[in-house]
Each structure stands twice: as C-alpha cells, then as structure tokens.
Design a protein around this ligand. Structure first.
Ligand SMILES: NC(=O)c1ccc[n+]([C@@H]2O[C@H](COP(=O)([O-])OP(=O)(O)OC[C@H]3O[C@@H](n4cnc5c(N)ncnc54)[C@H](O)[C@@H]3O)[C@@H](O)[C@H]2O)c1
Ligand SMILES: O=C(O)[C@H](O)CO
Length: 312
C-alpha cells in the first residue's frame, strides 16, 4: 500500500515519523504546492496532509485514493463533501494539541494584556535605568480576576481555555452559533449579549458555514472598547480587513491572532498595515505545535491508518 505524506516538513524533526513506514510504502515530501498534488499522489491509497489542500478535482483524478489523513484537527483544507460523494474516507486528529493551543491562547492573552514586549524593550533600551522614581506605567493593564471571559466554540480546546480562565478568577461564558448547549458551569449567551459583555473573547469554533466571517466590523463594534479578541482557531472566522479597521477605530483594545485566511500571510496583508501595531499580537500558526503535540499527532495519524487497514 502506497502512503504519500504531502508536507512532512510541517511536523518538524520528530522521532516517530518512521512509525508510518511499518504500515506501507511511505513517500515523504517535505512540502507540496497545490499543482503538484495530483502527480504526487498517483497510485496512492492513503494521503497524509497537514496544510496542503486536497480539492475535488484531485480526488476525482485519483481512483486509487481511499483515505485522506488530515494531520491536524481542522479539516478545512479538504473538500469533505467531494470526499463523501466519491467514497473517500477522511480522518482528522482531535485532541492531540488541546493543552498546547490552550497554553498558546493564554500566552498570547497575557503578552497582549500585560504589554510584555513593550516593557521588555523599555528596560533593555536603557530607559528604565534613567528613571529617577523607578516607575514607568506606560501601558496600564487590568486584572483578569472578575472579568468576563467568552469562549466562542466550547469544544475540547474551548473547555480547556475555559478552565484556565476560571483558574484566573474569570467569569466564563460561551456562545455556540450551532445552538448547542452543554452541561457545564458556564452560561450560554446569545451572540448579542456575548459580544456586548465579554472582556476577553476567545475563538475556538471550527471554521464552517456557521462561523465563516462571523466576526465582522459590525459585530466587533458591539464589543466593549476595552475588550480583547483572541483567535487561535481559524483565520476565516474573523474578517481580517474589518478587524484592522476596528482596531484603527479603537472599537476594541487589542487582538491576538495565530491563524489567517491565507497562510503564510502576504507581506501586503492588512494585519501588517495597522496604525498602531502594538494593538495586534501575531503568531505564525504555532498554537498546535509543541513537541509533545507533534509526537502525539503522528502517533494518532498512524493509529488512523492502522484502523483503516483493519477495516474499522
Ligand atoms: N491554532 C492551532 O494550531 C489549532 C490547533 C488545533 C485546532 N485548531 C482549531 O480549533 C478548532 C477547535 O478544535 P477542538 O479540538 O476544540 O475541536 P472540537 O470539535 O472539540 O470543538 C469545536 C467546538 O466548536 C463548536 N462549534 C461548531 N460550530 C460552531 C459554531 N457555528 N459556533 C460556535 N461553536 C461551534 C462545536 O460544537 C465544538 O464544541 C479546530 O476546528 C481547529 O480549526 C487550531
Ligand atoms: O487544526 C490543527 O490541528 C492545527 O491548526 C494545525 O493545522
């Protein structure tokens, strides 16, 4: 059985990639461009992809293809409807990076809220050494305790972030556009109340037809001017042009973003054109990628292929 891994480089240098070799003849490509996918997966029964898109046309032209293993939680790089129609199984990996994403979400929040980079630069620049009253309050911050922390999408990651926020003393609430409610000690709010009352709004829903472009300028305008917006889920949930406009218009205090509609972002991206760049903290889609999570991820991809081989 031929297994093609389209973008093995995205997993970095981890020891358990070789495990796959016990399951079939594996061809590892460090990376693959969209127009190279069809020829590279010729004759393959299983395709593994972390970031490379697998589109309808590729599937239609690949009669041997039976299983697409998404080496990620988000499945938005695969045309799921086409796969279903063509009888190709798609398996993603849920839960491998829950702790990592929650950790990065809070790391971004704390860096943004407490102006970590600003104060670090202030001390290293020598300015602090010249301060006669050893006081500098250039970027005031507020405490998380007692503040309302809103989770958009209370799945595995959302719950983990909720727990940490609760440990900080926040009042956790959530919004589910799918209308789902959960047996949790957090209040479920309407979108209007959620937007209008949260001090921190953290996005953890998958990108789908309900969440695509959910946070537009009009919706961000309903948030508190002191609120912070975090997105470690998928870029398309927040309208990127609108977020920049909202930050420039001081509709909210700041945002931290790990994910983008187009990755990598082009040099001309609106996020890089902000009037006050300090209001926006950016990371290059790294929330999932702790060493432990990457090792777990590849173990689970191998398990998925194993189960497919067993007809499960
Ligand atoms: N930045 C990263 O590195 C990284 C890593 C892992 C996952 N993710 C993203 O995080 C997402 C969530 O991961 P997870 O493990 O928590 O998945 P999950 O399936 O456990 O959680 C998703 C949650 O969102 C809810 N949801 C679905 N549609 C919604 C909607 N329209 N409005 C509000 N909520 C909705 C679901 O009910 C579910 O509770 C993934 O889909 C992926 O896009 C990002
Ligand atoms: O969805 C995921 O698992 C991460 O975003 C990595 O792609």
């Amino acid at each position: 059985m031929k297994i093609v891994f389209l973008d093995a480089r995205t997993l970095g240098d981890i020891p358990n990639l070789v495990k796959l070799s016990e399951l079939g003849e594996v061809v590892f490509y460090p990376d693959t461009q969209l127009d190279e996918v069809a020829s590279r997966i010729e004759g393959a029964e299983v395709v593994i992809t972390n970031k490379v898109k697998v589109v309808r046309q590729t599937m239609e032209n690949s009669p041997s293809l039976k299983l697409i293993c998404v080496a990620a939680t988000g499945t938005n790089n695969v045309d799921l409807a086409a796969a279903k129609e063509l009888g190709i199984q798609v398996k993603n990996v849920k839960g491998y990076s829950t702790d990592s994403v929650a950790q990065e979400t809070m790391a971004l929040l704390l860096a943004l809220l407490n102006s970590t980079a600003y104060y670090d630069a202030y001390v290293k620049s020598g300015e602090y050494s010249k301060e006669r009253m050893f006081t500098h309050l250039g970027r005031p911050y507020w405490e998380l305790r007692g503040k309302r922390f809103g989770i958009l999408g209370l799945g595995e990651i959302g719950r983990q972030v909720a727990q940490i926020a609760a440990a900080f003393g926040c009042e956790v609430v959530y919004y589910s556009a799918s209308g789902q409610t959960y047996d949790v000690p957090y209040a479920s709010l309407s979108l209007e109340e959620f937007l209008a009352t949260c001090d921190v709004l953290s996005v953890h829903a998958p990108l789908n037809e309900h969440t695509d472009n959910l946070l537009t300028y009009e919706r961000i305008a309903q948030m508190k001017p002191t609120a912070l917006l975090l997105n470690t889920s998928r870029g398309g949930i927040v309208n990127e042009v609108d977020l920049v406009r909202a930050l420039d218009d001081n509709l909210i205090a700041g945002a931290a973003i790990d994910v983008f509609t187009q990755e990598p972002i082009p040099a001309s991206h609106p996020y890089l054109q902000l009037k006050n760049p300090e209001k926006l903290l950016l990371a290059p889609h790294i929330a999932w990628s702790s060493i432990e999570a990457r090792i777990r991820l590849m173990d689970k991809v191998a398990d998925n292929i194993q189960r497919y081989l067993e007809g499960k």
